[in-house]
Structure formats: C-alpha cells, structure tokens
Design a protein around this ligand. Structure first.
Ligand SMILES: CC(=O)N[C@H]1[C@@H](OP(=O)(O)OP(=O)(O)OC[C@H]2O[C@@H](n3ccc(=O)[nH]c3=O)[C@H](O)[C@@H]2O)O[C@H](CO)[C@@H](O)[C@@H]1O[C@H](C)C(=O)N[C@@H](C)C(=O)N[C@H](CCC(=O)O)C(=O)O
Ligand SMILES: Nc1ncnc2c1ncn2[C@@H]1O[C@H](COP(=O)(O)OP(=O)(O)OP(=O)(O)O)[C@@H](O)[C@H]1O
Length: 509
C-alpha cells in the first residue's frame, strides 16, 4: 500500500480541502497513522483531535514520518512536507481510502444506523449472509470486528464505527482475507467526526431515532444528532427505513433527496405506520425467549425479493422482531432466498442481548444491553406486557462523562415499569458512581419503586437475584456482555453480568 504525494495533493484539491502544500522533498508514502507512537518510516501523520499536542508531531518526525496533514501549520517543524487542510478528518478519510486502495469497492456493504438495534440487526444480517456467502461476510459492530474466518481475525471493538484510517485498513484486511460482504454499524459520531466521509454503502438502514448521545463530548442537541444520522441515507445506494420510527417524515425526506423511489424500501409493523410500506410484518407468537413472525410484501418491488413468509428467532422482545425484519430485508436485497434466510436467522445468537438464565428457586434473569430511556422502556414494557403479574426487578447504573440525560431516562423508565431497582455502577469514567446513582434516584417515583443503592455491581446483582422469588423477572441492564468497567480512563476487568449472575445462581441453588 502506498500513496504518491502529488496524488494526495490532487485528491485533496478535488474535494476543496487543501489550503496549502509545503513540499520539501518528494517521496512515496508507505504508511499512514494519526498516532505518533505508531509512525513508520516514510509515513504520513495526521494531526487531529481535541487533545492533540505539537510534541506528538515531533515524535512522529523522529519516528520517520515524512509528511504531516493538519488544519494548522507548525512553523517550528522543519524538514517535513506539510499538507494544510480545512478539515483533517475528511482529509484522513479520503487519503485513508486511497492508501488502502479503496477496499470498499470490493465489498457489498450493508450499513445500519439508529439509536437502538444497530448491533442486533447487524448480527442477524451477518448471520444470514454468513450462510449465503459461505462465511465470507465481515462484521464491524460495537461488540467486535470479524475480518475473516480465523480466530485471530476476530477481535473486540473499541468504537462502534472506527476512525477512518482503521476502518479502511480493516476493510482492506477483510478483502485480503477473502471477504466479499461487510455488515457494519454506523454511529452518529462517525458522521460528526467524518470517520466515514466519502464512503458509499450498497444498502443503508435507518432503524429508529430517540434522543441520546447529546452532551458536551457528543452532539450539542437533538437536531445535530438527527442530522448526523441522516447522512447515512445520503450515502446509500438503496435506503431501507423503518416507517414506525419517530421523525419518520424527516427520515423519508432525507432518503428521497438523493435516492430514487424505486430504491427506497419502507417496512412497518402491522397496525403501525402502514401507509406506503413495502413490507408489513406481525408477530404470530412470542414468548420470553423467542418469536415467530410473518413478513408480507405490499408492493411489486418488494414482492420481487420473494421474502414473504414465516420466520423464527431465538431472541425475545418485540423490538428484536423489528431488528430481525430489517436483517431479512437486507439479506433479501443482497440476494438471499427466503428458505436460507429463514433457516439461518434462527441460529443467530447476539452476545448480551436478551440473554436469559432460568433459576429453580428465584426469578428468571435477563441480561440486556438496554442503556437509555428508549431501550429500557422497550425492554421493560415488553416484559410487563408478557408477564403482567410478575414483579420486575432491575439492576442498573449509568455511565459517567457521557449520555448524562440517560440518568433521568432511567428514573422515568423505572418509575413506569419497575417494582424494585438496585442502582449500581456502570462505566463511571471520571465521575463518582454514588453521585450518578443519586441522580438516577432523584428521578424515581419512590411511591411506586423500592430503591436500593449498591455500588458494587456484583453485589447488586447477587442481592437482586437472592431476594427474588420464582415468577419474578430480574433484569441486569446496561452492560450486556461487557467484560470491563471503564474507571478513570482504565478498562478495569469485570467478569460480565452473565457470568456474575450464573455464579450467584450456582452458589444460591
Ligand atoms: C469524540 C471522538 O470521536 N473521540 C475519538 C477521537 O478523539 P480525538 O480525535 O479527539 O483524539 P484525542 O483522544 O483527543 O487524541 C488526540 C490525538 O493525539 C494522538 N496522540 C495521542 C497520544 C500520543 O502519544 N500521540 C498521539 O499522536 C491520538 O492518536 C489522537 O489522534 O479519536 C480517538 C482515537 O484517535 C477516539 O478514541 C475518541 O473516541 C472517544 C474515546 C469516544 O469514546 N468516542 C465516543 C463518543 C464515540 O465515538 N462513540 C460512538 C458511538 C456513540 C454513537 O452512537 O454515536 C462510536 O462510534 O463508538
Ligand atoms: N429496535 C429497537 N428499538 C428499541 N430498543 C431496542 C431495539 N433493539 C434493541 N433495543 C434495546 O437496545 C439495547 C441495545 O441494542 P443494540 O445493541 O442492538 O443497539 P445499538 O443501536 O447497537 O446500541 P448502542 O448504540 O447503544 O450500542 C438492547 O439490549 C435492547 O434493550
């Protein structure tokens, strides 16, 4: 992989990004990075980030970088080529794609955005496509990256959508590993930070939107959050929209602005926003562990996909039916026939999403990643509808330094649906978990919900399970299968909620 300096200049000029080029020597670029510690000889170094310091550029030069790309000049740095640009994140995405030789052109890419359901839908889709492509489908999800069939080609993710250089590098690796398809999640931050600038998807899904990720380090307001998410549609050849989403008209208009009508597909739940829907689905039977659903096409273009019929998923929750339908439509648009989709989707398991542990002498335990008002409401209202007589006991905490509005949201959802709540710790970052728990508590209606604060998460889980009785539903929310707690900038190992619950139950029973 390499880049020619003149080629970089032309590319940046084409996109109106270059404000100045200071070339001291011409050379071939044989590495690209935004981290001074990773620089290689003849590398290109991108100066970016809120905490960037000039000393990183010096270190990059010492480590062999020949060229830097930056929004500002560093006159004290001599002997390096400087490409000064008006947006370093956009420049990084463009040059990254070029450096890795546009791997996206060799992949059929299905992308998901939405406040909730991205990971679940992406896993369902990848599961079906793995069967269809004979295991040649890569996955970029919040949980992990799958770049090939070997165990070493699968690893944990640190971001939902990685920095552009990492994104294109991983796409290149996936292509080199023989992958033909890619299913990926696209976060709103990915657009805010131009991590996916210039990337076009074969199919783009908009699942839903509710207020989230609004705060000092994320989006200033909901309008900005929605705007960033809508960019996915502008960059998709085919757009698939959940008609039941809040703000549907704005979402539909964004799709229509750049995509012809014959390439926009709408799906809706029966009884939901059915007008103009290409597909309507309904639940035939659902329990606390699985669902049987039915999909029917309504328009000629939908009929052509031949997806109509019954499907079964081994995952509870009406919201997961929606995610499954999205995946089935995505797979159908990629060419997967009905029977294969039907068989493959039943086998998909999604770590930390509605995992269930039955006990003999206590309640049934649910481990789920719900960590904002929308998802907590979706989860708890589903459980309440299914088991209206059962007591709902929830163990939950809220993250520090981000998603501050979630605290009020948890208080609200608990007041609406829970009988007992154990407020605990969840990735406190640099904040005091006691203070976070107290903030959630402020929003709880104590007339309705019994609340206890137990900051040690393992102890909170143990207490909730031990005090529960058969018939109760014990929800361990927010962390899914996360194997760490983010504390003061350090990923502190944590056995994960599932393992903690299993051990508690083994000891109790
Ligand atoms: C807000 C945001 O996008 N932040 C990301 C971004 O940080 P940044 O560009 O501001 O960089 P920084 O941390 O200030 O560091 C400055 C720069 O100095 C460089 N450096 C640093 C030290 C050194 O010795 N040498 C050196 O060169 C670093 O490589 C970096 O390029 O680039 C970093 C990697 O370079 C990311 O780790 C960081 O993600 C933060 C940690 C994060 O958690 N972001 C969340 C909000 C996020 O993006 N979440 C979404 C999901 C949420 C959603 O749905 O929207 C996601 O896609 O994961
Ligand atoms: N379609 C949906 N609508 C509402 N809530 C959902 C939906 N799908 C999943 N959830 C809830 O949200 C939680 C997270 O789901 P998932 O990981 O699939 O979403 P995500 O969009 O990837 O979330 P995040 O951006 O937080 O990583 C689930 O554990 C479940 O409680």
């Amino acid at each position: 992989m390499s880049l020619i300096l003149n080629g970089c200049i032309l590319l940046l000029k084409e996109h109106h990004l270059l404000t100045k080029a200071d070339i001291v020597f011409d050379n071939e670029i044989t590495a690209v990075t935004y981290d001074s510690r990773q620089v290689k000889k003849d590398g290109m170094f991108f100066c970016k980030g809120t905490h960037f310091e000039e000393k990183y550029l010096r270190e990059a030069q010492q480590n062999g970088a020949s060229t830097y790309v930056s929004e500002q000049e560093y006159p004290d740095i001599k002997g390096m080529n400087a490409l000064i640009v008006n947006d370093v994140q956009k420049a990084m995405a463009l040059l990254g794609a070029a450096f890795y030789d546009y791997p996206q052109n060799q992949l059929f890419i299905i992308a998901f955005t939405g406040t909730k359901g991205k990971t679940t839908s992406a896993y369902f889709t990848q599961g079906i496509l793995q069967a269809y492509t004979n295991k040649k489908t890569a996955l970029f999800s919040t949980i992990d990256r799958i770049l090939g069939t070997q165990p070493k080609q699968r690893f944990k993710s640190s971001l939902t959508t990685p920095e552009s250089l990492d994104l294109f590098k991983e796409m290149r690796q996936a292509v080199d590993n023989g992958m033909t398809h890619l299913v990926m999640e696209v976060s709103s931050q990915a657009y805010k930070r131009n991590r996916v600038y210039g990337l076009q998807y074969d199919i783009g899904f908009f699942l839903n939107i509710t207020p989230d990720h609004i705060g000092p380090n994320e989006h200033p307001d909901f309008a900005d959050y929605l705007h960033c998410k809508l960019q996915l549609l502008v960059n998709s050849n085919i757009c698939v929209l959940n008609s039941d989403s809040d703000h549907f008209l704005e979402i539909y208009q964004a799709a229509q602005a750049t995509t012809p009508a014959n390439k926009i597909y709408l799906f809706a739940r029966q009884g939901g926003n059915e007008s103009n829907a290409d597909f309507i689905y309904h639940s035939e039977e659902s329990t606390l562990v699985q669902s049987r659903l039915n999909l029917q096409s309504q328009t000629t273009k939908a009929q052509k996909l031949l997806l109509d019929g019954q499907y079964e998923i081994n995952l509870a929750g009406d919201f997961n039916e929606t995610n499954a339908i999205a995946a089935i439509i995505g797979a159908g648009l990629a060419g997967v026939p009905y029977q294969l989709a039907k068989t493959a989707i039943t086998d998909v398991h999604i770590p930390g999403r509605m995992e269930t542990i039955k006990t003999k002498k206590h309640g049934t335990v649910y481990i789920d990643y719900a960590h904002n008002y929308g998802s907590m409401k979706a989860l708890l209202s589903f459980l309440q509808r299914k088991e209206p007589q059962s007591k709902i006991i929830v163990v939950v905490g809220s993250t520090g330094n981000k998603g501050v509005s979630r605290r009020a949201g948890f208080g609200k959802a608990l007041s609406e649906y829970a009988d007992e709540a154990y407020l605990t710790t969840d990735d406190p970052g640099f904040e005091d978990p006691q203070k976070i728990a107290a903030e959630i508590d402020q929003h709880i209606d104590h007339e309705r919900v019994q609340v206890q604060i137990i900051l040690n998460r393992q102890k909170a889980i143990a207490t909730a399970i031990a005090k529960s009785n058969p018939g109760d539903l014990v929800v361990l929310a927010g962390k899914g299968e996360d194997a760490y707690q983010k504390v003061r900038g350090i990923d502190t190992p944590y056995p994960n909620d599932f393992n903690v619950a299993q051990q508690v139950i083994n000891e109790l029973e």
